[in-house]
Design a protein around this ligand. Structure first.
Ligand code: PLP
Length: 401
């Protein structure tokens, strides 16, 4: 079995499961209760918050737990735009659906611009500059121009990394009263991600992409940035996100983040994994080189640019990606084509289409996303099976390296 769909979700680290089970069994108090069960749960929750805050280089009070990346992204649009009358929106054509749909919902009452990307899937900075200038020009006389910019740090389909620092610099120069958000769900844990270096005001992360549990993520909100709550009720999460905190999930998130970033190795704990970044990149590169040298009419989407260490997106001309996913699944290789739309019908990937690919080419792409949880030496077998499957789907005789 080869699970290579880690950008969809990653197997949990055993350390994270263990930690969560201990909390569920022993420290089940409500973190808002004032008795000792509550205060213990509160201490555990705040320790988890401090651990994740340290990894991204923010203050613990700037980190707010949510139910995942989707909620955090939705919160950004509702929470920032609610109190900023006339605020413009700039996002990009390659964002995750949780950003695109939140931006579309907000667009009904505000102007919005989706940034173009080049053929390698990198946001075009001149388009950003002209969109920012349009916002300044279009703002009502006597009002301060403002905008919300949301561009992902790394794309979930191609792994291509976006120039967020440059985006922040351009936007803040033209529209000083702007709020910049990045969806760092696919980058966090896999590479060094520090909010100060990026210069962003808001940042989304999620636990299940880094070997933590599903159903928890977080939004970093830089101190001083105004954001209204999305979920109303109690005083949890610094009065910004109501609802009883999921202490066990927060701990699972923090432990997974420590595992994937290598923090556990530094602390002298014996990790069950082999070192994420090096392992994922080595396996990714091995498959990439193998496929490019063995097959004709294949290409790596975003391959010319800096990509997340674990992601490989390959186009196989003339091959229907859904058929290939299913054939590989039958062989025990689990990958994704990232192009199934919500209705179940198949449309080309919006990301690859935005990169200028034809509908046919955009329907031929497979995403292989690696981690450090696979046993040594599986990559050669995957390579052989993918080559044979592509040849079979192309109606060609099988030639294996
Ligand atoms: N943003 C990106 C880039 C993603 O890849 C995903 C999940 O696929 C999300 C947001 C949503 O995160 P979650 O599954 O935690 O809601």
């Amino acid at each position: 079995m080869s699970y290579l769909d880690n950008n969809a979700t990653m197997q949990m680290y055993p350390e994270a499961i263990e930690a969560m089970m201990t909390i569920q069994r022993l420290h089940f108090g409500n973190a808002s209760s004032i008795h000792s069960f509550g205060s213990t749960a509160r201490e555990i929750l705040e320790k988890a918050r401090r651990g994740i805050a340290k990894i991204i280089g923010c203050k613990p009070k700037e980190l707010h737990f949510t139910s995942g990346g989707t909620e955090a992204n939705n919160w950004v649009f509702r929470g920032v735009l609610e109190s900023r009358v006339g605020c413009g929106i700039i996002t990009s054509t390659i964002e995750h659906k949780s950003v695109l749909k939140a931006a579309t919902a907000a667009r009904s009452y505000r102007s919005a611009h989706k940034l173009r990307v080049d053929k390698d899937g990198v946001v075009e900075l001149d388009d950003l500059e002209s969109a920012a200038r349009d916002i300044v020009r279009g703002s009502a006389w006597g009002t301060r121009p403002s905008c919300l910019v949301s561009v992902m740090l790394a794309n979930n389909e191609t792994g291509v990394i976006q120039p967020i620092r440059e985006i922040v610099d351009v936007v803040k120069y033209i529209v000083p009263d702007s709020v910049v958000h990045t969806d760092a769900v696919q980058m966090f844990g896999k590479h060094r991600v520090k909010v100060q270096t990026l210069g962003v005001d808001l940042m989304t992360i999620s636990a299940h992409k880094v070997g933590g549990p599903k159903g928890i993520g977080a939004l970093y909100v830089r101190e001083g940035v105004k954001i209204d709550p999305l979920i109303l009720g109690g005083h949890q999460e610094h009065d910004r996100r109501a609802g009883t905190e999921n202490v066990a999930a927060a701990v699972g998130f923090q432990v997974a983040a420590a595992c994937i970033t290598g923090d556990m190795i530094q602390k002298g704990r014996i990790p069950t994994h082999r070192g994420y970044a090096e392992t994922a990149k080595r396996d990714r590169d091995e498959l990439e080189v193998g496929l490019l040298s063995a097959l004709d009419d294949v290409w790596v989407n975003g391959g010319e640019r800096e990509r997340v260490c674990n992601t490989l997106n390959v186009g196989f001309r003339g091959v229907d990606s859904e058929a290939l996913v299913l054939v590989l699944s039958g062989l025990g290789i689990f990958v994704s084509n990232g192009s199934a739309c919500e209705s179940g019908a198949l449309e080309g990937s919006h990301v690859l289409r935005a990169m200028g690919q034809s509908e046919e080419d955009s329907r031929s792409a497979i995403r292989f996303s690696f981690s450090d949880t696979m046993p040594e030496g599986y990559c050669g077998l995957v390579l052989k099976d993918v080559i044979e499957s592509v040849n079979a789907l192309r109606g060609m005789p099988s030639i294996t390296p």
